[in-house]
Write a protein that binds this ligand. Structure first.
Ligand SMILES: Cc1cc2nc3c(=O)[nH]c(=O)nc-3n(C[C@H](O)[C@H](O)[C@H](O)COP(=O)(O)O)c2cc1C
Length: 409
């Protein structure tokens, strides 16, 4: 099958992964409305086409959290990625390194922070879930610092875990043993079973061997989900700021008020995110909230965005609306489930080509140029807002035309 875009990779992953793992990857909370809107809402913005521009020298390089990368894209923390493909987190880290982009490792990874650190000497960030057992959080932070992680992402939108009905049906994270139907489904994916049996490991690497943590993946997943501290508050951000000497990003910010509190608490950046529609179903899409948060932050801290990115044009729109960079979640994880490291590389390259081409068709050669011409991303014309009509009037005025408003119908 020819893979032309991220949706093609998703279909490949759907065929190759046991349903329990594919549903965990693909699904969202409750009716999955926020999940759908995350991608749909990019369509509320249009791109300005400009022609006859010299496009012979193009590049997408950009700074993310103080370092230069080949494009303004990072791999997001995706839990249990090593259950999609053996050594999934290490394979994703290698693909990211080859592509010259950074990656953030999930607390709930199958490979440990040390294994991934060894595969990615530069550009590795770590995501932290704060457990009721603060000692465990402190220990993880120290281990991350020791392997060269310079940025910590505090995930702030999971004090309570939402319901993902697909997971409930499959018994994933809700039951400590396999349902009969799930077992049958696993066996109907022999290639996955053989791969995982020969080279895989179904255990969370960062908590392996810890007292009280069960031994099987299913039991570990249920146990750890129940151990994320529901009392975590803004005061804990200050605690974390004191513990962590590197850069700190608060992930899961969806309002100006919370962005403001993150900055007050000493964060170096915020990640505008609704966890890919996996937490509050009914929350606004990340892209619809981005402009107000970017305007509020106004360069005082890094603004990252995730949730819904499936196309290069989505990356362009996010940067045009004020993000410094975006994180890919499912987009690369589908690639991982489809064919391991090669699939992650394919996902990154597809998006790189789409982004570069989209930018070129807008008459631009670089991300810096896009940042200097943010007007090139515009809200779609709507009768109620009339925003583009005003733009047209201003332009016609400027070249001595009669304003549209004075032309009778
Ligand atoms: C399968 C899966 C597992 C995830 N695990 C984590 C995690 O462990 N920690 C975290 O902060 N976010 C986690 N996320 C959220 C992602 O980091 C990111 O916010 C989200 O995937 C972005 O949406 P997108 O998938 O539409 O790009 C996970 C997302 C998925 C799809």
């Amino acid at each position: 099958m020819t893979v032309s875009n991220i949706e093609d990779l998703r279909q490949q992953a759907r065929r190759k992964m046991p349903r329990m793992f594919f549903d965990y990857l693909d699904g969202g909370a409750f009716s999955e409305r926020t999940l759908a809107r995350n991608t749909e809402d990019f369509d509320q913005w249009t791109l300005e086409q400009r022609v006859l521009v010299d496009l012979s020298k193009r590049n997408l390089s950009s700074e993310i959290l103080g370092c230069r990368y080949s494009m303004p894209v990072m791999l997001a923390p995706v839990g249990f990625a090593g259950s999609f493909w053996p050594d999934g987190e290490v394979e994703a880290a290698r693909a990211a390194t080859e592509a010259g982009i950074p990656m953030c490792l999930s607390t709930f990874s199958i490979n440990s922070i040390e294994e991934v650190g060894a595969a990615m000497p530069h550009g590795l960030a770590m995501q932290l879930y704060v457990f009721k057992d603060r000692e465990l959080a402190s220990e993880l932070i120290q281990r991350a610092w020791k392997v060269g992680v310079t940025t910590l992402f505090l995930t702030a939108d999971t004090n309570v875990s939402s319901v993902r009905e697909r997971d409930t049906r499959n018994g994933f994270r809700t039951s400590s043993s396999l349902k009969f139907g799930t077992l049958v489904d696993l066996l109907s994916h022999p290639a996955w079973c053989i791969r995982m049996g020969l080279h895989g490991r179904l255990m969370l690497g960062n908590v392996k061997g810890k007292a009280g943590v069960p031994r099987s993946l299913m039991a570990q997943a249920a146990y750890l989900s129940g151990n994320v501290d529901p009392s975590m508050s803004w005061a804990d951000l200050e605690w974390l700021r004191g513990e962590w000497p590197g850069k700190l990003v608060v992930k899961g910010v969806l309002s100006v008020e919370d962005a403001s509190r993150a900055l007050d608490g000493g964060a170096d950046g915020v990640c505008v995110s609704n966890h890919g529609g996996r937490q509050l179903d009914g929350a606004r899409s990340s892209i619809s909230v981005l402009p107000e948060i970017a305007q509020f932050i106004a360069g005082r801290a890094e603004v990252l965005l995730d949730s819904g990115i499936r196309r290069g044009s989505h990356i362009i729109k996010a940067i045009g609306l004020g993000a410094d960079a975006v994180l890919l979640g499912r987009a690369y994880a589908y690639g991982l489930g489809a064919s391991g490291r090669a699939g992650v590389s394919q996902a990154i390259e597809l998006l790189r080509k789409e982004t570069e081409l989209t930018l070129a068709l807008m008459g631009m050669c670089s991300i810096d140029e896009l940042r200097a011409n943010r007007d090139a991303v515009r809200r779609c014309y709507s009768e109620s807002s009339g925003s583009n009509r005003l733009d047209v009037e201003r332009l016609l005025d400027g070249i001595g035309h009669t304003p549209i408003s004075s032309i009778s119908d």
